[in-house]
Design a protein around this ligand. Structure first.
Ligand code: CIR
Length: 259
């Protein structure tokens, strides 16, 4: 079964405080209603692709809590509760714990260092962990041990300097193919995979999301959309302009797995 055959997802409604979400460069606060509309559009597309979506309530105390991907790793039958590296986000993991316990037979916990799910690219053979400003070397090493406990091979790679998360710059298009920025590909982290490179100036498109037979792609990246269509992918453009103001793309808004 392919890595992208997801049947379940967890999302969290954006809080009104989302306008105070973390951002590397301040291009203005996102508009709450527009974030909400983008989030609803995202959930609708997941559901239209056959994914059963559980929506958790907004958490006003955590402006970035809509980005549930950073709190945990989820697999069939097992999950790992993470420890976000951003101090303002650390409490989000505890808020996810009960939901994981309810949905997974086995829940492991990261006890050492920090790691955010945006730094983790799961492929059929390997789980790539990007060391970054959010995922510490200690956290990445601890994650490799936890993954081994559930029969998965973790491999630590470097997130390019200045890039928020590993998956800000890459995504799995199918079991053998990764969409990747040139700056990440330059370090040759993904041995054995076919790479499709985002065109220069369209690096923001790299955080795509393959679900079933579709590749969700942020709107506004026409050359990447064309490249993927030519390669035979069924591209679904999605509005992400508001959440992009707080450094987010498509994978960050859900935890996805196959039951
Ligand atoms: C942050 O800086 O943590 C949020 N504003 C954005 C998190 C995006 N997460 C992700 O792509 N996995």
């Amino acid at each position: 079964m392919s890595c992208h055959a997801f049947s379940r997802a967890i999302v969290r409604t954006p809080s009104r405080s989302v306008i105070d979400g973390l951002r590397a460069v301040d291009v203005g606060a996102p508009n709450y209603d527009d974030v909400l509309a983008e989030h609803r559009g995202y959930v609708r597309v997941l559901e239209s692709l056959g994914v059963n979506v559980e929506t958790l309530p907004a958490l006003e105390a955590f402006p970035d809590s809509v980005f549930v991907e950073d709190t945990a790793l989820v697999f069939t039958g097992a999950a790992i509760l993470l420890c976000p590296g951003a101090a303002t986000r650390r409490g989000e993991a505890a808020e996810m714990a009960a939901t994981l316990d309810r949905n997974f037979e086995r829940v492991l916990r990261l006890e050492d260092g920090t790691a955010e799910g945006g730094d983790v690219l799961t492929t059929p053979r390997t789980v790539f962990i990007g060391a970054s400003a959010r995922t510490s070397a200690i956290g990445a090493a601890a994650l490799v041990s936890l993954l081994a406990q559930i029969g998965k091979q973790g491999v630590v790679v470097n997130t390019p300097p200045g890039v928020l998360h590993l998956k800000s710059d890459c995504s799995l298009l199918d079991d053998e193919t990764i969409l990747c920025t040139s700056r990440l590909a330059a370090a040759e982290p993904f041995t054995g995979f076919r790479l499709i490179l985002t065109p220069e100036g369209e690096e923001g498109a790299a955080n795509a999301l393959r679900i079933g037979d579709s590749v969700l792609l942020s709107e506004g990246y026409p050359r990447t959309a064309e490249l993927l269509a030519q390669a035979g992918y069924n591209v679904k453009p999605l509005a992400t302009a508001e959440i992009a103001k707080i450094d987010a793309g498509l994978s960050c808004m859900s935890l996805r797995w196959r039951t």
